[in-house]
Design a protein around this ligand. Structure first.
Ligand SMILES: Cc1cc2nc3c(=O)[nH]c(=O)nc-3n(C[C@H](O)[C@H](O)[C@H](O)COP(=O)(O)OP(=O)(O)OC[C@H]3O[C@@H](n4cnc5c(N)ncnc54)[C@H](O)[C@@H]3O)c2cc1C
Length: 302
């Protein structure tokens, strides 16, 4: 049995803690945020991810919080169907639903199944030092702790990664994105259907059911540079204007959205890394994309 430190209580860090505990190791997760607030919007867990949660003993804790996604329809901006992908083939092949879920609900489900003393909040990690026998972690409050191994699951701006690979920086993907989760039961969207509308000049709008009548939507626009002040000022009215010509249910979803529900982020990704394990330190999660063909690289949320 070994003792592990996990830096970051995002989805990767919490899932890793479960896996390590199931293997009989001891683990402590250190999270910079003083509280895990309801931030983020929605995401889709593919059938293979649901199978992984089953292997971690977490499927029953997570599944009730989401909604099955059985198809992904792609439309052009005139509402013409470009493709209707039947995603239930994955369910038939693997025996698990593809699940649309609110990120915060997933994070809470992962957290609630952990022993309460596993997570330490409000503890920003600063740096580490490793020897042949262990790893020392240093925190910004001046404290230190020791373990056999350290796992950096601290997201795309990971301090663990920047200590190991100081030149790796997130890359701006050339587009910016708004998203929200809204109550949309009244729209009676076809059950299990998710969709994307692809318009001109990089305009893109997607929606996914995430359970309890809620729908997650995202809206993207090209922008040559990040942090565009014009886009920072966008509210629902500006998004309605930008996407006014898009087909149903886009106008209706925006019409159900309040300004305070909308999140705005530029989209970033990270050049795939050649190496994830460095002695007793491992990089994991959104930052841990290994070098592979470019078609397999998906942009990630900042
Ligand atoms: C607030 C937030 C909202 C998101 N919303 C969405 C969404 O709506 N849809 C979507 O598809 N994806 C979203 N994502 C991204 C998605 O959750 C991740 O891409 C994916 O889950 C991989 O997670 P991860 O564990 O690698 O990293 P993350 O989910 O980014 O988690 C990293 C964690 O590490 C913590 N951390 C960072 N630095 C330190 C430090 N120095 N010391 C200690 N802790 C540290 C962060 O506070 C965070 O909790 C969001 C991510 C975040 C952080």
């Amino acid at each position: 049995m070994a003792h592990f430190l996990v830096i970051g209580a995002g989805l990767g860090g919490l899932a890793t803690a479960h896996g390590l505990l199931r293997l009989g190791h001891s683990v402590q997760v250190y999270e910079a945020a003083p509280v895990l607030r309801e931030v983020g919007a929605g995401l889709v867990l593919g059938a293979n991810a649901m199978r992984a949660l089953q292997q971690l003993g977490l499927h029953e804790a997570v599944r009730p919080h989401g909604s099955a996604v059985t198809s992904l329809k792609l439309f052009d901006q005139k509402g013409r169907l470009l493709q209707n992908a039947d995603t239930s083939v994955f369910t038939r092949a693997l025996g698990f639903d593809n699940v649309g879920i609110h990120r915060a609900a997933l994070q809470q489900a992962l957290l609630q199944e952990l022993p309460t003393d596993t997570l330490i909040l409000g503890k920003p990690f600063e740096s580490f030092q490793q020897t042949a026998t262990g790893v020392e972690a240093f925190f910004t409050d001046g404290t230190t702790t020791h373990a056999d191994f350290l796992i950096g699951a601290d997201g795309i701006r990971s301090r663990v990664r920047r200590q190991l690979l100081p030149t790796t920086e997130p890359r701006y993907a050339g587009y910016t994105c708004w998203r929200a989760v809204v109550e949309a039961a009244q729209l009676e969207l076809p059950e299990g259907e998710s969709g994307e509308v692809w318009g001109d000049q990089g305009r893109r709008f997607g929606y996914v059911p995430v359970g309890n009548g809620q729908v997650y939507w995202f809206a993207c626009l090209n922008s040559p540079a990040p942090q565009n002040p014009k886009f920072r000022a966008f509210q629902v009215a500006e998004l309605q204007h930008a996407f006014h010509s898009f087909p149903a249910p886009v106008p209706a979803l925006l019409g159900l959205t309040r300004n305070e529900q909308v999140l705005w982020n530029d989209i970033l990704d990270l050049k795939p890394l050649r190496q994830l394990a460095f002695g007793r330190v491992l990089l994991l999660g959104m930052q841990a994309t290994l070098l592979r063909p470019t078609w397999a690289r998906a942009p990630v949320w900042p």
